[in-house]
Design a protein around this ligand. Structure first.
Ligand code: ADP
Ligand code: MG
Length: 686
């Protein structure tokens, strides 16, 4: 029996229900900006230069700051040079030329209380829009010519509002234009689904995501803006943490051979060392022993300030591989550093009856692949080099290697990997970037070490610095002089170093044996120079930043850094780490031009160096001076993707995100997490 439709939905369900009005339409956020009214090809290009391509990008364009609130005044009540908002109607306009190329547009504005001449500079196109009768809202200051307009709204708009957002803009794209565009995009704020469970939002007092975007761009108070930012920062940090959880899970999948218990060889190693290991070194060793006993490949980061004794721990790890009948490798980022490590390690290996080989670009050795311990540069991962049976790999100064280089080391085999770094990463950052990657920290250098005394002297007193240096030399100590940083090229900085060394030989250091070390020397020459310096055949090493890492001569007790203001804080700290490696009191003298000629951040850097010898403290300070995005490897590690989070301020939020990431279902924020993992390949690896 057939029935006619009655028109009641419950009786006659339609083939498909029409979508509800308020649903999310995330695809709208993906739409190109030319889908917004008034955006043509030219504007689109200018937007693209600011990284703004899709509607969603505009919503994520965080205001740099907000305008201060100012009082609204009647025209008759304007006084002094107070910034204020006035509202009224245009009476008439005129325009004229001022001095130079200045074009002045004047509009007589009237409200009930009076009339005033409002002036705009160099915006002649406005005249057409200011037809008599147009309602305007102006923000600016009264002066003797009338009212100087800073921002304005015609028939509505938000430019003159209290807390109007000020966007990162460009020459070609004003903050005003950006405000207009954000206004057009803002209705889509609610098209972005809110992936967080309601209970979590309630618990953390987080607003809805759509609301957060609206308050970020159109706050009624700074608190409201901050509340919006916090929510968006939380999502961002949560995404990062979820990505880290996923990476960690992937890592757990790989299988490595577990190494047997520590045995006789490492016992002999301990006995051969001329000192007792410190408590921190022991702790790091215990941690890596635990890792090596597992069938999941070790991925441990060994952090420790320069000279804290990481190499000793690294060699222990390598020997653990050797006593299991397998192979250990240490990979360093430069030839100098690889050679340095080799010099340190070779002697001990010889004593222990362990074969040891150096493999660098200029020193290819096919036999190297057979040695028990192989020390080298990236030559180790190049075609043609084969390991016999790699079980433990140590990567020194890991941040200097690219992602590909590090993955090449583990490709096709699953060695246990220990990453070493002397560039301490503040804890906040370590949590952000590494998540739960195992970190061992050598927090204190051997107790015999005295903190290096650092002084900052200006040019006119640099001769006193050399007097001080000569006194050390006279006592049989050695010294470094670091040449000014020259950015252009290795060749020009090498030439400058040679000149400097020559001048010092003729002048301040006459009578002393002065060597010169730079990046243009052939590896053999460099090796010879280092050997001479180690053997005390040279008194002073004049050097470029090639001595930054790895050089280890305990008898060198004083360093002069010329034009120290040109170096970064991390780099200065690394350089300073070349002295203070023995039991003697060591000194670092930072020479710069007159204080008042230095930039503020240069002064802050030098002050920080004098105030602290603690690498972690300095790293925190560096982060404050420079901000998170500027850090090494920031792009690869996903840090540069942080738009809303402020690493140094959002510590609590970060901890909350970490906790949450582990409790949430793994598919939370999946698209964001995948996008991040795609961009930041290196995320979650040290
Ligand atoms: P890092 O690699 O962390 O910069 P190193 O391992 O090169 O530091 O050690 C720096 C210096 O300290 C070396 O000369 C080393 O022999 C010495 N050293 C290492 N551990 C100890 C210790 N426990 N006691 C005394 N000296 C040590
Ligand atoms: Mg070292």
């Amino acid at each position: 029996m057939s029935r006619l439709p009655t028109g009641f939905a419950a009786v006659d369900p339609p083939p498909a229900w029409p979508p509800t009005k308020g649903r999310f339409r995330p695809e709208r956020l993906e739409a190109g900006l030319d889908t917004l009214a008034g955006v043509g090809p030219a504007l689109r290009r200018r937007l693209a230069k600011l990284g703004l391509e899709r509607v969603g990008d505009l919503l994520d364009h965080r205001p740099r700051r907000y305008e201060e609130p100012v009082p609204r005044r009647r025209i008759a009540d304007l006084f002094g040079d107070e910034e204020a908002v006035i509202e009224g109607a245009v009476v008439r306009t005129s325009s004229r030329r001022g001095r130079g190329r200045l074009r002045i547009l004047t509009a007589q504005i009237a409200d009930g209380s009076g009339q005033i001449a409002a002036n705009w500079f160099n915006q002649p196109w406005l005249q057409e829009k200011l037809q008599p009768g147009t309602h305007v809202r102006l923000r600016g200051t009264a002066n003797r010519y009338g009212f100087q307009v800073r921002s304005f709204d015609l028939n509505g708009g938000g430019a003159t509002a209290d807390f109007a957002p000020v966007y990162p803009a460009s020459e070609e794209l004003s903050t005003t234009k950006l405000r207009e565009l954000v206004d057009a995009a803002l209705p889509h704020a609610s098209d972005r689904p809110d992936p967080l469970p309601a209970a979590l939002k309630a618990e953390r007092e987080l607003p809805l995501r759509g609301d957060a975007l609206v308050t970020l761009h159109r706050p009624r108070s700074l608190d409201e803006a901050e509340e919006g930012r916090r929510r968006l920062a939380f999502d961002e940090l949560l995404t990062l943490q979820l990505a880290l959880v996923r990476r960690a899970a992937e890592r757990e999948q790989a299988v490595a051979a577990a190494l047997p218990e520590p045995g006789e060889l490492v016992q002999r190693y301990r006995e051969a060392l001329p000192f007792e290991l410190t408590e921190h070194q022991e702790a790091a060793i215990a941690e890596l022993d635990r890792d090596l006993a597992r069938t999941t490949p070790m991925q441990r980061l060994l952090q420790g300030d320069v000279g804290s004794g990481k190499t000793v721990v690294a060699l222990y790890a390598l020997l653990r591989a050797v006593e299991a009948g397998r192979q250990g490798a240490l990979m360093a980022p430069t030839e100098t550093l690889a050679e340095q490590h080799f010099l340190t390690i070779e002697g001990l290996c010889l004593e222990l009856g362990v074969s040891c080989a150096l493999v660098t670009g200029s020193l290819k050795s096919t036999l190297g692949g057979q040695a028990d311990v192989v020390v080298g540069t990236h030559a180790l991962i190049q075609k043609g080099f084969e390991f016999r049976d790699l079980a433990v790999a140590v990567v020194d100064e890991q941040h200097r290697f690219g992602v590909e280089q590090r993955s090449a080391l583990t490709e096709g085999r699953a060695p246990h990997v220990l990453h070493m770094t002397a560039t301490p990463i503040p804890r906040t950052l370590a949590l952000t970037v590494y998540g739960d990657l195992a970190v061992s920290e050598i927090a204190k250098p051997p107790a015999s070490r005295k903190p290096i005394v650092t002084a900052w002297v200006t040019d006119e007193r640099s001769s006193e610095a050399y007097t001080r240096l000569r006194a050390h030399l006279a006592e049989g100590r050695q010294a470094y002089v670091v040449c000014p940083l020259i950015e252009e090229s290795e060749t020009s900085s090498a030439r400058a170093a040679e000149q400097e060394a020559e001048q010092l030989r003729e002048g301040e250091l006459k009578g002393f044996r002065v060597g010169c070390m730079h990046g243009r020397l052939k590896p053999a020459e460099r090796r010879e120079l280092m050997a001479l310096f180690k053997a005390r055949e040279l008194d002073v090493l004049v050097a470029t930043t090639v001595i930054e890492v790895g050089v280890d001569v305990p008898n060198a007790t004083i360093m002069i850094v010329q034009e120290a203001d040109r170096f970064g804080l991390a780099q200065l700290h690394q350089l300073r780490g070349r002295v203070g490696r023995g039991a003697e009191q060591s000194y670092c003298l930072l020479v710069s031009g007159p204080k008042e000629q230095l930039t503020e951040s240069a002064q802050e850097r030098l002050d920080a160096m004098v105030a602290s010898t603690d690498g972690f403290e300095l790293a925190e300070r560096d982060l404050e001076i420079r901000g998170g995005g500027a850090l090494l490897g920031a792009r690869q590690s996903g840090l540069s993707d942080l738009r809303f989070a402020r690493i140094t301020h959002d510590r609590e939020l970060l901890e909350a995100a970490r906790e949450t990431a582990r409790a949430l279902p793994p598919e939370t924020l999946a698209p964001e997490v995948e996008a991040l993992l795609g961009d930041a390949e290196h995320l979650g690896e040290s």
